[in-house]
Design a protein. Structure first.
Length: 224
């Protein structure tokens, strides 16, 4: 497993590159419910359909949440882009069961140290319209081992509207208290989150198609 080597200095410098990149790559970045989370740590989860997803999490953290976040990445991707280690990324290799456990135990340790963790429960990057989302059981494992840590689901939807550049729609959903699911086994917890996040993503999709952005605010403005 490749562990994180987070550097505040590198993170600051990378943000000088990332912020204008994010803002210039999309015609609009719209968010609903995206707000400060006073509870620390939390376990962030989201659908995974684009290489932008991880960068969007870093962007939201710098501009909104300001948590000490760490993110699980495929070992192959982290080897290719090793600089993500200095942003808090650590690896998982799903081809090796023992290393999966090692990565989950590493994430567990981070949460117990008060650091927030980002997981993409689908495990791989899939097309945005793939259904069901088909979650792996890693989130349920962490819920069992860190019952005091809430899960914060997010939905990302990328869409081409009326501009040359795509739009990014983001919804931050209410926290899921781990203790409310403690009566479920690991597979049942996983299925519950899978169905919840699928419903949330499909609801966001309907909103995007109807172009109803009244309840959304811009997350791409300078000074946000």
């Amino acid at each position: 497993m490749i562990d994180a080597k987070k550097s505040s200095l590198f993170e600051f410098g990378f943000n000088l590159y990332l912020t204008p990149l994010i803002r210039s790559s999309f015609s609009r970045i719209l968010g609903q419910g995206v707000k400060i989370i006073p509870e620390k740590p939390v376990l962030f989860i989201a659908n995974h359909s684009s290489w932008w997803d991880g960068l969007v999490f870093f962007y939201l953290n710098r501009t909104v949440w300001r948590h000490d976040i760490h993110m699980m990445m495929h070992e192959e991707g982290l080897k290719k882009h090793s600089y993500f280690r200095y942003l808090g990324a650590f690896s998982i290799n799903r081809k090796k069961p023992k290393e999966i456990l090692t990565s989950l135990q590493y994430a567990e340790a981070l949460l117990k140290q008060g650091k927030s963790v980002v997981l993409f429960p689908q495990g791989d990057e899939f097309h945005l319209e793939t259904r069901p989302l088909d979650f792996q059981t890693g989130v349920a494992y962490l819920m069992e081992h860190c019952p005091e840590v809430p899960v914060v689901p997010l939905s990302f939807y990328y869409s081409f509207g009326h501009q040359q550049k795509p739009e990014l729609w983001i919804q931050q959903h209410p926290q899921v208290a781990t203790k409310t699911l403690e009566h479920l086994n690991r597979k049942e917890k996983t299925l519950y989150l899978q169905e919840l996040c699928t419903e949330q993503l499909d609801s966001l999709k309907s909103t995007v198609i109807s172009e109803n952005s009244e309840a959304f605010q811009s997350l791409g403005k300078r000074g946000k």
